[in-house]
Design a protein around this ligand. Structure first.
Ligand code: G4P
Length: 281
């Protein structure tokens, strides 16, 4: 990626978001961080861990319907080893969300006990929901809050514009105050976000992106590639040409139309025609 692209990609709003996040952290009991199960490392904001520091954290591995279930289990274990509770969810269908509240209670068991001892019964747990754009944050909040979007008014003394959602008498969610961007200045991260469609293709060369995807997939998911495109493992450009030829995408002279093949491959990956795939292990 060129330097110009890096600059264009990096929005630089982090300072404002960082401040808003810190102010709002005092108002919540825990943070729910939503990541994309297909790229659990690349779909995170690089500064978030430092900002939320010791706040209890629950990681929602969203879009688990699109990811490799074995890899998702490994990620759950990995996050738990790091001291964060993690659950796999699909906010499109709502799968897995019924465990969210109990997981939060498990995460905050000590705090709930302390509230109980002080006679503070009935105090709702407040959770801040964070995630990079397109990770499924709105889908999560909508699913949890129901169609009515049970909004709570801005609380006095709180950062203006904070959006609270009352889920029930036990749980309230706070939408991220500000936009949390991923680590755009890292080429690998940028690529993975482009594969999943989280950033527009136009930013990167389509054929190059498809070749990189073939290269990565051929390491762990070659059987899926062979099954769908009848190709063998090889150099990424050769594989792309072969995909084009096998799909009858040829230009004059019998050469494979690699641009058409690249667009098709990326689209088929994003719509899960290849199967459930996790790009980061
Ligand atoms: P954001 O607020 O974090 O920016 O994300 P949002 O909820 O808008 O979700 C971004 C896209 O991801 C949406 O697709 C949404 O439907 C999809 N999505 C969210 N969670 C899941 C999930 O668990 N599984 C799957 N398969 N998709 C999920 P879209 O194409 O923008 O819109 P649409 O398909 O809903 O029309």
């Amino acid at each position: 990626m060129s330097e110009a692209q890096n600059i264009q990609w990096f929005p630089g709003h982090m300072a404002k978001t960082r401040r808003k996040l810190r102010e709002s952290l005092d108002l919540v009991d825990a943070v729910a961080e939503i990541v994309d199960s297909r790229i659990p490392a690349s779909s995170r904001n690089p500064e978030l861990a430092g900002i939320i520091a010791n706040k209890p954290r629950i990681v929602l591995l969203n879009k688990c319907d699109m990811a490799d279930p074995v890899a998702t289990e490994r990620w759950i274990k990995r996050f738990r080893d790091e001291g964060a509770l993690a659950i796999a969810v699909d906010c499109k269908s709502g799968k897995g969300l019924n465990t969210f509240k109990n997981s939060v209670k498990e995460l905050l068991a000590d705090r709930l006990e302390a509230y109980r001892k002080k006679g503070m019964v009935g105090k709702p747990l407040r959770i801040m929901v964070v995630g990079i754009p397109n990770v499924g944050k709105s889908s999560f909040i909508n699913r949890m809050a129901g169609g009515a979007r049970a909004k709570v008014e801005d609380r006095p003394g709180v950062t203006r514009g904070n959006q609270w959602f009352k889920i029930d008498n036990e749980l309230e969610l706070l939408d991220t105050p500000g936009v949390l961007w991923p680590k755009f200045d890292d080429k690998d991260v940028g690529e993975k976000l482009a594969f999943t469609g989280a950033v527009k293709d136009a930013v990167l060369d389509t054929e190059w992106l498809a070749m990189r995807l073939l290269e990565i997939l051929s390491e762990r998911y070659m059987p899926m590639l062979s099954e769908r495109y009848k190709i063998e493992k090889g150099d990424s450009y050769d594989m792309l040409c072969e995909v084009a030829r096998k799909r009858g995408m040829v230009v004059r002279g019998g050469e494979g139309d690699t641009l058409r093949a690249a667009n098709m491959l990326l689209s088929e990956f994003r719509t899960q025609k290849l199967g459930r795939i996790t790009l980061e292990v």
